[in-house]
Design a protein around this ligand. Sequence first.
Ligand code: TYM
Length: 345
Amino acid sequence: MSEQVQQTAETGQKKKRILSGIQPTGTFTLGNYIGAVRNWGPLQDEYECFYFIADLHAITVAIEPAELRRKSLEAYAQLLACGIDLEKSLVFIQSQIPTHAQLSWVLNCSTQFGELSRMTQFKDKSAKHPDNINAGLFDYPVLMAADILIYNADLVPVGADQTQHLEIARTIARRFNQRYGETFKIPEGYIPPLGAKIMSLQEPTKKMSKSDTNPNAVILILDDKDTIIRKCKRAVTDSGSEVVYAEGKDGINNLLTIYSTVTGRTIEESVKEFEGQGYGTFKVAVGEAIADHLRPVREEYARLIADKAYLKECYTRCGTEALRQSSRLLSKVYRKVGFVQSEIR
Ligand code: TYM
C-alpha cells in the first residue's frame, strides 16, 4: 500500500481502519483460520488494514529463541498465504515497531491492577504455567490495547476468546481520553457470526488451541489431506447417529460449523445435505471439505517460505510504514501526558 491515507472511490471518505494480530506460537489452527485470519483478506477492499505477528506477546510463555525466530517467519508466510495482499494491507512484525511497547508503558499507568487480575486468559495461563507467572503475562492485555490504539483502529476482527481483551482496550482508551482529552478512537470488535469459537476435536467443550498437547484435537492449516481426514474421523462425537445441530451434541455442532464455514453453506443447508447419513460419512466429508479448502493455502505457503529474501523485503517495507504511522500517535500521547518534547533523532 503506497499511500496509507486511503479514500473510498465512491464516497471520497477516508476508509475505516482494521487491525488484528496473531501469535507466532505454532502453525495456525483451523480455529485461528476460521475465527480470525480467513476473514482478514475479504476486509481489505473496504478497509485500511494493519495485520501483524504478535511476537512480543509470544514471550509471555517460555519459548526457545531460535524457535521463536523460525515460527515468526513461518507465521508471516502463513498470513500472506491466507490471502492477505500487500498491495492493500500492511503486514508487519510487532517487535520491529517499538511504538507498541512504548505506548504500552503509558497505558499501564491508566490500567488498574484489579482489572488485569480479572482477565480469564491470565487466570487460565497462570494455572497452566504455575512456574512462570511473569509480569508480561499479567500485562498482556495492555500491550494488546496499545497495538490497537496506536493505529486508531476502528475495527478489530478476532475470535470470541479475545472479547474480554477488546473490552479492556476500550476501557483503557476511554479512561485515557477522560484524563488527557480526546486522543484514542474507541475500537469495536468484529466477531464472525459463525465460527467465532472452533472447538477441540477431542474435547468439544474446549476451544481448539495451538498449545493443545493432543495432536488429534487440532487441525493445523498446513496439515495434509490424509492427516486432516484421519483427525476428523477420530473426532469425538456423541452416541447418537443423526447429523443435526442440537444442544448436547458439541462434537457434531463443531463439525457442522467447520463444514459450513469452509463450504460457504449455512448450518441448515449442511444438516439437510447429510440427512439420513451416519456420522462416519459425515466426518469424512468434513475432512475432505477442509483439505480442499486449505489446499491453495498450503501450496502458497510452500512457495513463500522458500523465499526468505522476499519475506524480509515485505516485513521491512510494511514495518517502516507501520512505524511512521504509529509514531504520530505516540508523539501526541507523549505531549498529552507531559513528557518534554524530544529533539533526539
Ligand atoms: P491468538 O494468536 O491466540 O489467536 C489469533 C486469532 O485466532 C482466534 N482464535 C480462534 N477463533 C475461533 N476459534 C478458536 N478455537 C480460536 N483460537 C484462536 C483468536 O480469537 C485471535 O483472533 N492476543 C491475540 C493476539 C493479539 C491481537 C492484538 C489481536 C495481540 N495484539 C491486537 C487483535 C488485536 C492472540 O493471542 O491471538
